[in-house]
Design a protein around this ligand. Sequence first.
Ligand code: ZN
Length: 148
Amino acid sequence: MSDLRDLYQQVILDHYRAPRNFGGLKPNSCCAEGYNPLCGDQVKVCVRADGDRIDGIRFDGVGCAISTASASLMTEAVRGLERSEAEALLASFLALMTGDGDNGVPLGKLEVLSGVKDYPVRIKCATLPWHALRAALEGGDTETVTTE
Ligand code: ZN
């Protein structure tokens, strides 16, 4: 188990140091911002939709290792999905973080963040980009969500 934890931590650090899909997205369909006052994480998620498919997703902002890695992993996991698939993945990830069990949607690489649920203070860091994604998918134009 500790080997697995080490591996998970390496993946998280890798995504923190070299975040994927980082920066603005233009053109985009909608963006939403998230703020976690507890830690100071700020993230802006922009989505470009092609019909029901998420054709592009990028993020921007400043945050700790957990929030940045979570946003980076999220963009990789969500890009190319149908909107409904992205919503299912989102629900599954939030369920993992809050310990509500799983809803049957495989999380794949996102499992590396599963250790975060043992650190309640960090859960909001990990879920912040996902809340911003949800706000973006719901079509808010630069809506700001907060974890508080
Ligand atoms: Zn944080």
